[in-house]
Design a protein around this ligand. Sequence first.
Ligand SMILES: NC(=O)c1ccc[n+]([C@@H]2O[C@H](COP(=O)([O-])OP(=O)(O)OC[C@H]3O[C@@H](n4cnc5c(N)ncnc54)[C@H](O)[C@@H]3O)[C@@H](O)[C@H]2O)c1
Length: 253
Amino acid sequence: MQINNKVAMVTGAASGLGEATARRLAREGAKVGVLDRDIVRAESVAKDIGGLALTCDVTDEKAVGSALAALAEWHEIPSIVVNCAGIGQSEKVISGGKALPFANHKKVIDTHLNGTFNVIRLAAEQMIKRMPDEQGQRGVFVNTSSISGIEGQIGAVSYAAAKAGIAGMTLPLAREFSRYGIRVVAIAPGLFETPMVGELRQSEVDKMVAGVPFPHRFGRPEEYARLARDIIENPMLNGEIIRLDAAFRIGGL
Ligand SMILES: NC(=O)c1ccc[n+]([C@@H]2O[C@H](COP(=O)([O-])OP(=O)(O)OC[C@H]3O[C@@H](n4cnc5c(N)ncnc54)[C@H](O)[C@@H]3O)[C@@H](O)[C@H]2O)c1
């Protein structure tokens, strides 16, 4: 799908991978909805790229509905949706002999898995009303899983489960939406240099980077954004989970 002049909605766009994607899509000519629960930073990104900042908690049905309505009023219904909103997790299930509070688990699942699903279901409801382009396409969803969803590390059980859930939604969504000409692809990033990783202890970070084969470093948010752009542009990419990890595999124990 051509990006120029399309409306793109990016969640978690005030920081990290979402911000880089919002900036990249704007450079490619998209009108970008910069959605985040952090409106101050969303506004600053939107100002830079001529986008529309919208306060939106992705788990909130009303907020996502209002954001979609605002984008339709601003230009049109989005044909590109990139789901990047997320929170980190570094908590064991049993710590000091005590069970992880259930609410902590629920929050991680809610933000990643339910939030991504909420955005998809409400955006797809609008997207199917669009006229298809000359290739029969009405839209593209790019979702953010993680290599943790495939080989999750200690201290990230809820996060790994949520990211595995996002990966698992990919094919059934792509199959269901094929009748509308809407594609669904997930990116499973490895280690990327964003504020989320800044929350990890330096010793954990050093240990992780030591295991990255090549390039032997963290990924740059712009490299995620480039893959998101390629997915949007290439009509044959559908129903797939693409690792973006420099051949990194998270070790056990
Ligand atoms: N950085 C990595 O190494 C890495 C690796 C794999 C997957 N990911 C995933 O990539 C995505 C982006 O992460 P990042 O590293 O850019 O993190 P980040 O912290 O830089 O950005 C996440 C953004 O999401 C927003 N957000 C959080 N909860 C929200 C909610 N409920 N509604 C709306 N916005 C919300 C935050 O305000 C923030 O701006 C996340 O889903 C993360 O799990 C990151």
